[in-house]
Design a protein around this ligand. Structure first.
Ligand code: MLC
Ligand code: AMP
Length: 513
């Protein structure tokens, strides 16, 4: 039994060094080479001076260096902080400072974005796509990835992570405007991927086409972990493109797995209707991160001749519920708990478990559930029931035969194309605009992204701001997908007796417009 993903990679490297691990553009990286690179990165990080438990941020797009730095940080005893490369200064400043990041691996563009920030803990930025040598980055040292790797000392000792060592921090759920870091231990990662690979019959012979970003749970902790844990192969792409995916499926009959968010399936379907379905298809298509509509499930089945397996997860717990691999994959449901995990539905007021058929909040228990929120004992205490169940914040019910259906969310969260948008974060930015008196951000249904971000604005006095300018204002300060798609001006926001903005009322009014 292995205790970490990096230990699994070391074992595969020892047993079958030539076995293909990662196929990326023209690179073919075998397990032997992957582990050698990981060990070199770990030795370089140790020589640089990382201490056990210190944070290393990956502010990086999909590429092999991501995987090398991820596993290498684990092997050096560090904790990985996952950062979406689309983040701009508001999000970046919060995450880097909240996590107390010491070293950040990024691109030239990422290094430039960091430059304007004050991050007292940050000492070095390692740049993967810079050709020239180290330079002074002003507040911290800039090192190229190649130069960083050269710092490795051949005699540097390496110790595999233990079960209880912290592995990574993923930022999520910011109802108060600031996202919280969910801290996962190595044992959480191993427990989840053990259950998942067994449920989906994942073996070393599988080949996954992975176009999801690696900085989120879906791409990293499902796609990449599953591959590396089993000693399988991943065809890693920089990003998703429907035509590119179909072309790869057509040219590579060895691909057996594809994972995506519903927006990706909608685009794949539209593209297949134009250019036809490949004659070889993966044995398993999985959808998650956002609700897959029964309509899309059925259209896909009709066109591709395969039923998508829908599952449900979140950063704090990785994967929780899954439709069966064999047996009925029921449209509109997310199936039952993975092996070794538990789920229940509780009344949101009394917190008492509810019987089949009744809607309440879904709670989860098992060895995969995270250790707590980084530096937020208050939020951690609030997230767990006294008997140890984790409160997901998602609403749903289960059928008599055990299939769960997600019906909504107890917390304010918009999911657009599988990316989370916390209304408060966008509202905070909008309210710094001189022409905005008040802002309420809501999600409205969207045929492509599931939900779209809409901002309802009360302008300052009678001065009407330019909607395009407000959208550009958000885009400059936040990741682009968080910007409102529509701006609606009102003279006042509807409030209840306690003064709280009645967002459900706004949603109802605007849905019909
Ligand atoms: C991109 N854009 C979006 C968007 N993605 N707008 C709203 N919602 C989205 N999801 C906008 C950009 O802001 C940009 O606008 C324009 O589209 C082009 O950007 P792009 O990056 O080229 O877009 P594209 O590649 O087409 O992205 C679509 C996508 C992507 C579906 C491939 O959103 C994606 O990878 N989503 C997956 C997210 C994910 O992995 N989630 C898992 C979280 S883990 P402009 O104006 O700048 O041009 C989790 C747990 C679990 O939830 O259960 O899995
Ligand atoms: P994150 O905080 O990024 O990990 O997002 C997790 C959230 O995504 C969950 O709390 C759910 O609200 C949502 N989610 C994940 N999978 C599904 C699914 N299959 N159906 C509906 N919602 C989902």
């Amino acid at each position: 039994m292995v205790h970490s993903i990096v230990e699994a990679v070391m074992q595969h490297a020892q047993e079958q060094p030539e076995r293909k691990a990662i196929l990326f553009e023209d690179q073919v990286i075998g397990y032997g080479q992957l582990y050698a690179d990981v060990a070199r990165f770990a030795r370089a990080l140790t020589a640089w001076g990382i201490q056990a438990g210190e944070r290393v941020a990956l502010f990086l797009e999909n590429r092999p260096e991501f995987v090398v730095a991820y596993l290498g940080t684990h092997l050096a005893g560090g904790v990985v902080v996952l950062v979406n490369p689309q983040y701009r200064q508001v999000e970046l400043s919060h995450i880097m400072n909240d996590a107390g990041v010491r070293l950040c691996i990024t691109s030239t563009a990422g290094a430039a974005e960091l430059q304007a920030l004050t991050i007292p803990t940050l000492s070095a930025v390692v740049i993967v796509d810079a050709a020239d040598h180290a330079s002074s980055g002003g507040n911290w040292e800039h090192i190229t990835f190649t130069d960083f790797m050269l710092r490795a000392r051949e005699d540097g000792q390496l110790t595999m992570p233990t079960d209880d060592a912290p592995a990574l921090i993923g930022y999520t759920s910011g109802t108060t405007g600031r996202s919280k870091g969910a801290l996962l231990l190595h044992r959480n990662l191993v427990a989840n991927i053990t259950s998942l690979t067994s449920a989906w019959h994942w073996t070393e012979h599988d080949r996954l086409l992975l176009t999801l970003p690696l900085f989120h749970a879906h791409g990293l902790m499902v796609g990449m972990h599953g591959t590396l844990f089993k000693g399988a192969t991943v065809v890693l792409r920089r990003k998703f493109d429907a035509a590119d995916c179909l072309a790869i499926l057509k040219s590579d009959p060895e691909i057996t797995l594809f994972f995506g968010v519903p927006t990706m399936y909608a685009r794949l379907l539209a593209e297949a209707k134009k250019q036809g379905v490949p004659s070889h298809l993966p044995r398993l298509f999985v959808s998650g991160s956002a609700p897959l509509s029964p309509q899309l499930f059925e259209d896909f089945a009709r066109t591709f001749g395969q039923t998508i397996l829908e599952r449900y997860g979140m950063t704090e717990t990785i994967m929780n519920l899954t439709n069966p691999y064999t047996g009925e994959r029921r449209a509109g449901t997310v199936g039952a708990p993975f092996p070794g995990q538990e789920a229940r539905v509780v009344d949101v007021r009394t917190r008492q478990p509810l019987p089949a058929g009744e809607i309440g909040e879904i709670e989860i228990r098992g060895p995969h559930v995270f250790a707590g929120y980084w530096n937020r004992p208050d939020a951690t205490a609030e997230a767990f029931a006294p008997d140890g169940w984790f409160k997901t914040g998602d609403l749903g019910w289960y059928s008599d035969d055990g299939y769960y259906t997600i019906t909504g969310r107890a917390r304010e969260l918009i999911i657009s194309g599988g990316y989370n948008v916390y209304p408060r974060e966008v509202e905070d930015v909008l309210e710094t605009h001189p022409d905005v008196a008040e802002a309420a951000v809501i999600g409205l249904p969207d045929s492509e992204f599931g939900e779209q971000v809409v901002a309802v604005i009360v302008p300052v006095r009678d001065h009407m701001p330019d909607p395009a300018e407000l959208i550009a204002f958000c885009r400059e300060r936040l990741a682009s997908y968080k910007k409102p798609r529509q701006i609606v001006f009102v003279s006042a926001l509807p409030r209840n007796a306690l003064g709280k903005i009645q967002k459900p009322l706004l949603v109802e009014r605007l849905k019909t417009v």
